[in-house]
Design a protein around this ligand. Structure first.
Ligand code: ADP
Ligand code: MG
Length: 341
């Protein structure tokens, strides 16, 4: 009752500012918005024409006077103004006519600079927030999947997003060691585009590559291997063509980006203090982010690290759920936010 009444005045907001997808969590309501992190603007101006799904449909298909931008693409905030416009758009969509300005928690990539942090905070303040807290995405992800981050014990999270892969070892609500690499689902797609060109002389777009990855992609041999018809442009004739592709070849193509992720996991484990390493033997590694949905990635990581590997129940919402939990625990909010801002 009190929560509902309070909701009339103000609703605190959690935002997962992802490189591929942004999610907004409203306190007492849960995740209310889920959109691709894409903004369409009028060329040469800062006029925002569309944000999210609508803007994503324009990617690669825009006439000269419109540009569709993924402002967070490489895990750094490539375009401050566009990122700011996107944040304001999302906040305004969920926060209408409330009497009290909301408190906002934004989960940002752990690799961003001080200048970028400031830019995010300023944009959110401009959008009407009363207070802004930043939290690192791997921390939000760990909280979101329900890891006992407050305990004095080692927890490891690996979050594979679109533009980045973020991993961290967390103990006592703090990040003991973290690493962010610019390899994620987008790179998987790019590798598939290059492979189709090299092996089949077929030119495909990135959206087709993503479809191949989702439909038949894998990181570990499948019990039942899969095939798929792929349409593209034959590079020698210049004409449209369909080719049947097997999951084995796509797995081979994905080896390279996957090995960079495995390498980073190995380095993270090497840097882990021994007591926490011992904890990981039992607790293992938890994986989240859209990339954790790649078939067999848990088995690949388990085989390489000799540790148990668990995939989050809903890898795509882990970070947003984490921001939601942080909103619910004010005490915790203050502690986590002060250690990361
Ligand atoms: P970010 O946090 O960077 O916004 P997400 O966690 O939303 O990224 O993950 C987006 C990435 O996950 C994209 O590269 C997308 O292609 C990939 N992805 C989504 N579903 C699957 C799937 N079923 N299999 C493999 N990759 C997937
Ligand atoms: Mg993410």
């Amino acid at each position: 009752m009190w929560a509902q009444l309070k909701g009339l005045f103000s609703n605190d907001i959690g935002i997962d500012l992802g490189t591929a997808n942004s999610l907004v969590y409203v306190r007492d309501q849960g995740i209310v918005l889920r959109e691709p992190s894409v903004v369409a603007i009028q060329a040469g101006t800062n006029n925002v024409l569309a944000v999210g799904e609508e803007a994503k449909r324009m990617l690669g298909r825009t006439p000269g006077n419109i540009v569709a931008i993924r402002p967070m693409k490489d895990g750094v905030i490539a375009d401050f103004d566009v990122t700011g416009a996107m944040l304001r758009h999302f906040i305004q969509r969920v926060h209408h006519r409330k009497l009290i300005a909301p408190r906002v928690v934004v989960a940002v990539p752990s690799g961003i600079t001080e200048v970028e942090r400031r830019a995010v905070k300023d944009s959110v303040t401009h959008a009407g927030a009363r207070e802004v807290y930043l939290i690192e995405q791997p921390m939000a992800s760990a909280i979101g999947v329900g890891l006992p981050v407050h305990e004095p014990a080692g927890n490891m999270i690996v979050d594979i997003g679109g533009g980045t892969c973020e991993m961290a070892i967390i103990s006592l609500a703090g990040i003991v060691f973290s690493r962010s690499l610019r390899v994620g689902g987008d790179e998987f797609d790019e590798t598939i585009v290059a492979y189709m060109k090299r092996a089949h002389n077929l030119m495909i777009g990135e959206r087709t590559a993503e479809e191949i990855k989702i439909k038949i992609g894998s990181a570990y041999p499948l019990e039942q291997e899969l095939t798929m018809d792929v349409k593209g442009r034959d590079l020698s004739t210049g004409l449209p063509k369909t080719i049947n592709v097997r999951s084995e070849e796509i797995r081979e193509a994905l080896k390279e980006p996957l090995s960079s992720i495995l390498e980073a996991i190995r380095i993270t484990l090497e840097r882990c203090p021994p007591e926490l390493s011992a904890d990981l033997v039992d607790r293992g590694i938890v994986m989240a982010g859209g990339g954790a949905l790649l078939r067999g990635i848990d088995r690949l990581v388990a085989e390489e690290t000799y540790l148990p590997v668990h995939i989050a129940d809903d890898p795509l919402t882990a970070v947003a759920e984490g921001t939601g939990r942080v909103l619910q625990e004010l005490q915790f909010l203050k502690r986590v936010a002060s250690s990361s801002t």
